[in-house]
Design a protein around this ligand. Structure first.
Ligand code: CO
Length: 216
């Protein structure tokens, strides 16, 4: 069997199982989506958004890229964020990193991988910003995991500083930003302690989160 045939067969079985349990599931979803969450995560195949938080199709709007970054000139990410906030009116934006992230490791190693190195320069900027913290231990694995955490905290700050989120907060829209990190080894999501619904709130939570990361 070709590998794409396997996907089609899996899909038929999946759709059939859902239809058998909830006959109105697909017609209801086809009519409209109303997700409460926007997930900004890593493209890593081991960190699938819906599965690890037990959400069905229709419950989470998803943007993924290498090392879960929010870059202020990335119109792909900004378009997803704008649509999620302004049109879908999601209540939560969650930046989800993961330990042992290959993108983060590559950024720290400073080795050549082609075009993607340009994308990872942004992660290197974050490493420079937190050089003192990251120099706290002579342990490559520790530094990768700390930068995975710091990257999440900094990306939440980037989300907060987009015109999209600033405008939403200015007009009083209910929108909370979060920073989580996922353990590939145990399947568990950890909260970095950022739960912000204002510009001042996010800066305070960010400072606390970075301080806590420095103590690990
Ligand atoms: Co990753």
């Amino acid at each position: 069997m070709s590998s794409i045939r396997l996907l089609l067969d899996n899909n038929r079985a999946w759709a059939e199982a859902i239809r058998a349990k909830h006959p109105d599931f697909f017609p209801r979803l086809a009519a409209q989506q109303a997700p409460r969450y926007l997930w900004i995560g890593c493209s890593d195949s081991r960190v699938p958004a819906n599965e690890i938080v037990g959400l069905d199709p229709g419950e989470v709007f998803v943007h993924r890229n290498v090392a879960n970054q929010v870059v202020h000139t990335d119109f792909n990410c900004l378009a997803v964020l704008q649509f999620a906030v302004d049109v879908l009116k999601v209540e939560h934006v969650i930046v989800v990193g993961h330990y042992r992230c290959g993108g983060i490791r590559a950024a720290l190693e400073d080795s050549a991988h082609g075009l993607i190195d340009n994308w990872l320069r942004h992660v290197q900027d974050i490493a420079v910003r937190h050089a003192a913290l990251l120099g706290g231990r002579d342990d490559a694995g520790w530094r990768v995991d700390r930068l995975c955490e710091l990257n999440v905290a900094d990306q939440v700050l980037h989300v907060a500083r987009t015109t999209i989120v600033e405008e939403a907060w200015r007009r009083g829209q209910k929108l909370t930003l979060h920073g989580l990190i996922y353990g590939l080894e145990d399947g568990v999501l950890r909260d970095l302690g950022i739960e912000a619904d204002s510009g001042t709130g996010v800066r305070a939570d960010y400072a606390r989160a970075v301080e806590a990361i420095g103590r690990r």
